[in-house]
Design a protein around this ligand. Structure first.
Ligand code: HEM
Length: 231
């Protein structure tokens, strides 16, 4: 008798098969890991955006380090700056997709809701500043007539100052979310909760691969730019 009750209570603790979804999961909006999702596009999108955010955080940090001695680190500055362009474009794509789905009235994107007001306001500003920063950098290295260099240089530096301010708020505003969602496609337990983990990881790998190809292609220009600068 005693063994049987002890046995049943142990079993109940171990496998609550038919228990109601734990309050924690429902309250946090995260998906109960025991249920496999078919339609969770919104979490798939958040995972992709957060993984890109984590990747960009690392690349932007290294790019920032080159500014500490830009004279001697100009080539790595140019190469990393070009390498991160495809991941940045993909990030703009995944965040624009969320915005379009939200305004198109998608139930699950509406359920997730918009970003916090300051982040929502900064979104388009960050996109414009990033395009100006990266385009002026590329323009300086690969093509602009020498007569444009001084203006492009000023645009590159001025947009960087504005971009850095906006990006600091963006990163601080999304750090917790990035830490929460970026690793989820890596671990088997959370990976299988939302369809498309391999597709998301391959998309990221292709974007990074395109970045490496572009970085290799820009190397000769970076070397010429240096000699042009040094006369
Ligand atoms: C040049 C680099 C970047 C650009 C152009 C960019 C752009 C954007 C834009 C336009 C949004 C939508 C508005 C918003 O929710 O704030 C967004 C969302 C987001 N960003 Fe960034 N971002 C960049 C870098 C980063 C970095 C470094 C992180 C890592 C901390 C990050 C993490 C996120 C996250 C987690 C979201 C919300 C994802 C969601 O809930 O769907 N971003 N980003």
């Amino acid at each position: 008798m005693l063994d049987d009750t002890r046995h049943r209570s142990t079993m109940a603790r171990r496998t609550p098969l038919h228990a109601r979804p734990r309050e924690g999961f429902r309250a946090s909006g995260a998906r109960d890991p025991r249920t496999r999702s078919r339609t969770s596009g919104v979490e798939g999108n958040t995972r992709l955006t957060s993984s890109l955010g984590a990747l960009l955080l690392i690349l932007l940090f290294v790019e920032g380090l080159t500014l500490l001695s830009i004279g001697s680190l100009l080539t790595p500055h140019i190469v990393i700056g070009v390498l991160l362009i495809p991941p940045v474009l993909l990030k703009m794509g995944s965040t624009t997709w969320r915005m379009v789905k939200y305004y198109a009235g998608s139930r699950e994107y509406r359920h997730k809701g918009p970003p916090a007001p300051i982040l929502r306001l900064l979104g388009p500003i960050i996109i414009v500043l990033t395009i100006v920063l990266l385009a002026s950098g590329v323009g300086l290295v690969v093509g602009a007539p020498v007569s444009w260099r001084a203006q492009l240089f000023t645009i590159h530096r001025a947009s960087f100052v504005l971009w850095f301010g906006a990006m600091t708020i963006h990163v601080l505003g999304h750090l917790v979310e990035t830490a929460k969602f970026a690793p989820r496609d890596m671990f088997p337990y959370t990976r299988r909760q939302v369809k498309g983990a391999s597709a998301r990881q391959w998309t990221l790998a292709v974007a990074l691969g395109l970045g490496v190809i572009a970085a290799v292609a820009v190397l000769p220009y970076a070397a010429n730019w240096r000699t042009g600068l040094l006369g």
